[in-house]
Design a protein around this ligand. Structure first.
Ligand SMILES: NC(=O)c1ccc[n+]([C@@H]2O[C@H](COP(=O)([O-])OP(=O)(O)OC[C@H]3O[C@@H](n4cnc5c(N)ncnc54)[C@H](O)[C@@H]3O)[C@@H](O)[C@H]2O)c1
Length: 378
């Protein structure tokens, strides 16, 4: 039987590069297609051709943009499996650069799917990177124990700094969010991610190519872009702390998130691609554990031996949700995925990597001013 050959779009990025390592370890042939966007790669260690030095040398490399004519089609030569991770990933930035985001996150999907429908190819399985951001608010339980798909908080409520959600019956309690939760994307990035997920599932079904969309929660780990102010709260906090600056925390810092180690994300993608289950479906990829933003800031300060408390801004970012953490039972049941790694061990590993990585440039303040002047932080 011919070797399975995976095309990883965005394979030079944070998650993509870990997926490349995992797939090569499982015996797949791997091709990386990446545009090497400057916002992601400008501050990293690059080789003479502009590729990040961390990228596994055993993978074939194509520098190209999915938006450019013929690039995707040419990259499909001999490919049996497609992992689509290329995207623009800044939630805040997506609210001002709407055309660019929609072009890069949705038009790319249209181009890829049209190639898959019209041109000869050998793709037999697809996995795409979706995001928890498409849920909007996470899932909640009301005072009677009934599951509630809560609406986004109103501007008036946020102006009153009434951060928690409630309904007529009183306060709502956050519970793990399952894939059945009503989708209520609150940013252009999230709308793009929902659209691309649905486009791939619809066309994958029509072409009879099993297709899975993995809804990733907050991934962290080595190779995360440390200077990119739009992504990755853990990396941003480490970057602040290493510059002896307090992490900047929106609202009161008690909002809950789900941090998943990048190795667990790569494992989820590789397991889904390796499986021969014929499914067209969506799956959460998280740790299943809720942690507050304050706890993350404090844990990182402790692990970095910095006596720096977070700066709690009591301001909110338009489009931010209050709580969202994953119910990961579906992925575990269908694909028998290994349990996620432990948070502190994972964060320590991230810090060890940051210590030897290129010193990050802290761009948080500049990004905050930009969001304030666009009235996206109030
Ligand atoms: N990092 C997270 O926590 C997280 C959470 C939810 C979803 N996701 C999704 O996972 C995927 C990977 O995210 P990441 O954090 O590794 O991002 P990243 O920015 O590190 O990597 C994305 C890569 O895609 C490339 N790229 C972007 N547009 C391209 C195009 N048009 N053509 C070719 N290459 C292009 C970039 O150069 C970059 O190397 C994205 O689809 C993102 O939406 C990530």
């Amino acid at each position: 039987m011919a070797k399975k050959h995976v095309l990883v779009t965005g394979g030079a990025g944070f998650i993509g590069s870990h997926l490349v390592d995992d797939l090569l370890g499982r015996g797949f042939e791997v091709t990386v297609l990446d545009a090497l966007l400057p916002q992601v790669h400008a501050d990293g260690e690059l080789d003479e051709h502009g590729w990040p030095t961390y990228l596994n040398p055993a993978a074939r490399r194509i520098k190209g943009n999915l938006l450019d004519d013929g690039v995707f089609e040419a990259a499909l030569d001999g490919v049996t499996h497609l992992a689509h991770l290329a995207a623009s990933v800044g939630v805040g930035q997506s609210m001002t650069n709407i055309v660019d985001y929609t072009r890069n996150n949705v038009m790319t999907s249209a181009i890829m799917l049209e190639v898959l429908s019209k041109c000869p190819h050998t793709v037999e399985r697809i996995a795409v990177a979706s995001s928890m951001s498409i849920y909007g608010e996470g899932e909640y339980r009301d005072a009677d124990g009934k599951r509630v798909a809560a609406s986004l908080r109103t501007r008036e409520q946020l102006q009153d700094k009434a951060w928690e959600l409630e309904n007529a019956g009183g306060a709502l309690e956050p519970i793990p969010t399952s894939e059945t939760k009503l989708l209520e994307p609150a940013s252009i990035y999230a709308v793009n991610k929902r659209d691309h997920e649905e486009m791939f599932l619809a066309v994958g079904r029509a072409l009879d190519i099993p297709t899975v969309a993995l809804r990733l929660f907050n991934a962290y780990g080595s190779r995360q872009a440390l200077s990119n102010p739009y992504t990755g709260v853990a990396a941003i906090f480490i970057s602040r702390l290493l510059n002896d600056q307090p992490p900047l925390v929106f609202e009161d810092g008690e909002q809950k998130r789900d941090f998943v180690h990048v190795g667990d994300v790569a494992n989820a993608f590789a397991t889904v691609l390796e499986s021969d289950k014929r499914v067209w479906d969506v799956f959460n990829v998280g740790s299943g554990n809720a942690i507050t933003v304050n706890e993350i800031a404090r844990t990182l300060a402790r692990l970095l031996h910095k006596n720096i408390a977070p700066n709690v801004l009591e301001e909110y970012r338009i489009g931010d949700i209050r709580h969202c953490f994953a119910d990961i039972s579906k992925l575990r049941q269908v694909f028998d995925i290994a349990p996620p790694r432990d948070f502190e061990g994972g964060m320590q590993e991230l810090i060890d990597w940051v210590r030897v990585a290129k010193k990050p440039v802290d761009k948080t303040e500049a990004s905050l001013s930009e969001l304030r002047s666009s009235k996206l932080v109030v």
